[in-house]
Design a protein around this ligand. Structure first.
Ligand code: DGT
Ligand code: CA
Ligand code: CA
Length: 570
């Protein structure tokens, strides 16, 4: 059993306990242990053999005993018992946005519902509104949640698809005679959600490449196997298209299949103006002679353009910019000097300050900004002013140890429903940078939530607004914010807007980033890491910055701290 499988069992235990109305602290203890187990760098099986399970953070005696039972017998009595009490289908109801354990329990006990389609059906028949504690509005919310699920279904998060595509590319490289293997399509453009993964490869032996492809261990079903194109469905439901082709047309095909369709349409119009027709196979002159392009650069060069980075190919003016010689120098992963959104065990993070700092230092960063939650966010065990002071002392000690690496003191402060913050000014004034965010009261109407956000932006202590639109992909729409007003106020006050790199947030996204930059707003990129692995999400945030045409100078955490300190409000 690997760490992920073990953690899954504890996560399910937490869900089942919660459905049964279990004690908050107990439920949370299981959930946190699950997080910690999943991301532990050493296999628990190894530690278990050496009697060292208790070294895993958040694994106490009771949980260690359960792991022991699980690893020695392959089963866990307590888990099996709970499973008999809570049917699988009821557990699946928790994936509906807006349905918590209490509601799941109610739906099951009172109406016998045990699957998402059953709940959808009952909601449409208006049977939920009569349950104790539910109203017509709750019914609507549940239906809306199910719609959100449907909307994402069929599409996957970029953060899910990207590592899978990278693994497939690696495996094909190792097991087949394919050359030039590249992911194309929306994945290469780094769209926040991906319909299917498209991969291109060149080879002299297409049959062998295709047979290696359909035999990959992740493949659940082969929809099509041909010499030029094969399509498979993976275990997790993702579809992958692989096209193989010959060297001399690689550039045109790569350009074509990277898309977007809209970008390609504009490119073809420009080519036609120059008497060239462009298809996925190459250019054709009016007299019928062909121009093939082995590289993508040549595709753009043929019609007098510089190469355009894939993240910009969304028909947002990139072709005009390229023609005018005004393409931006996009920010790169290598420009990033540190992470501006990091949690530790001072709130809902798994690791200590030193552990997070060591991990960041190992990545080559110069600094991290600690942004633990404040007490206003009940569930996260947030910081009180006393805890902030304790954290300060610990930061000082870690900084002495790890210099010149620097842990910056901050917090992710709650913006209350009236726009005030939940830590006193004198505490905020002591911090290096203050991040503020809205986590509750997300359904306030436009005028109210915009004023609330503007109040936070005007607060002289607030440096950064985290995940400004509040969207959760596949779960929750953006808050009803007047984004234009937010951008203007941020520009006026010198407040930074965050690009949050969590796969289900990617907030701000490309279009918002672009607007912010146009108004001269400075941005920051933060992973919102709750464990060391989370720091690895930075490239997703950088991708959103690039989709919004950001250069290094537009991103606060590409600067060194001394320079940035002079630029921020405080
Ligand atoms: P997705 O998969 O929905 O996230 O989005 P894409 O962009 O990956 O779209 P997909 O997989 O249908 O096709 C991959 C690329 O192939 C697309 O970005 C552009 C190109 N392509 C596909 N169909 C057409 C088409 O009908 N016209 C043009 N111009 N390009 C196309
Ligand atoms: Ca695709
Ligand atoms: Ca496709």
């Amino acid at each position: 059993m690997n760490n992920k499988e073990i953690s899954q069992i504890f996560r399910e235990i937490a869900d089942m306990l919660e459905i049964q109305g279990g004690d908050f602290y107990r439920v949370n203890a299981y959930r946190r242990a699950a997080d910690s187990i999943e991301h532990h760098p050493v296999a628990l099986e190894e530690l278990w053999k050496e009697g060292r399970l208790r070294e895993v953070p958040r694994v106490g005696e009771a949980i260690a005993k359960k792991i022991d039972e699980l690893l020695s017998t392959g089963q866990l009595g307590y888990y099996e018992e709970l499973k008999e009490q809570v049917p699988d289908g009821v557990l699946s109801l928790l994936t509906i946005p807006g349905v918590g354990p209490k509601t799941a329990k109610l739906l099951h006990e009172k109406l016998g519902l045990a699957s998402i389609p059953e709940v959808e059906h009952a909601a449409r028949e208006e049977r939920l509104r009569h349950l104790p504690g539910l109203r017509a509005r709750s019914e609507e919310k549940i239906l809306h949640g199910i719609e959100m699920l449907h909307r994402l279904s069929g599409r996957s998060l970029l953060g899910t698809a990207l590592p899978i595509a990278q693994e497939i590319v690696e495996r094909l490289r190792a097991t087949s005679p394919a050359e030039n293997i590249v992911p194309v399509g929306s994945l290469r453009r780094r769209k926040p959600t991906i319909g299917d993964i498209d991969i291109l490869a060149t080879t002299a032996k297409p049959t062998q490449v295709m047979s290696a492809f359909v035999k990959l261990s992740q493949v659940a079903e082969v929809l099509l196997q041909g010499d030029t194109k094969s399509t498979v469905i993976l275990d997790n439901g993702l579809q992958v298209d692989l096209r193989v082709l010959s060297e001399e047309r690689f550039g045109t095909l790569m350009q074509y299949f990277t898309g977007s369709k809209e970008h390609n349409v504009q490119l073809r119009i420009l080519a036609l103006d120059q008497g060239l027709s462009l298809s996925e196979y190459g250019y054709k002159k009016e007299d019928g002679t062909e121009i093939t392009c082995p590289t993508e650069e040549e595709v753009y060069e043929t019609i007098g353009l510089p190469w355009i980075p894939p993240e910009m190919r969304e028909a947002r003016g990139e072709i005009e910019a390229a023609r005018a010689g005004k393409l931006p120098q996009l920010v790169t992963d290598g420009d990033i000097r540190g992470d501006f959104h990091v949690h530790t065990n001072y709130s809902d993070g798994v690791h200590t300050i030193e552990e997070m700092a060591q991990a960041a230092k190992a990545k080559g960063y110069d600094y991290i900004l600690l942004t633990d939650h404040t007490r206003g966010l009940g569930v996260a065990g947030g910081m009180t002013p006393e805890r902030v002071a304790e954290q300060r002392a610990e930061i000082k000690w870690v900084n002495e140890k790890l210099a010149p690496f620097r842990v910056l003191a901050g917090a992710e402060v709650e913006i209350r429903s009236n726009g005030t913050l939940d830590l006193p000014d004198e505490v905020l004034a002591e911090m290096d940078l203050v991040v503020a965010a809205i986590h509750s009261g997300l359904r306030q109407e436009r005028e109210k939530i915009t004023q609330r956000m503007l109040a936070a932006i005007r607060n002289p202590h607030v440096d950064i607004i985290a995940h400004p639109t509040g969207r959760l992909l596949g779960q929750r729409e953006e808050i009803a914010l007047d984004f234009e007003a937010v951008v203007r106020e941020a520009a006026k006050t010198g407040t930074i807007l965050e690009i949050n790199a969590q796969p289900n947030r990617l907030d701000l996204d490309g279009a918002h980033v672009m607007r912010a930059i146009q108004e001269g707003v400075l941005l920051s990129i933060g992973t919102d890491a709750h464990h060391m692995d989370g720091l690895g999400l930075m490239p997703l945030g950088v991708a959103m910055a690039r989709r919004g045409w950001a250069e290094a100078k537009d991103i606060a955490n590409t600067m060194n701290w001394e320079d940035l300190k002079k630029k921020v409000k405080r």
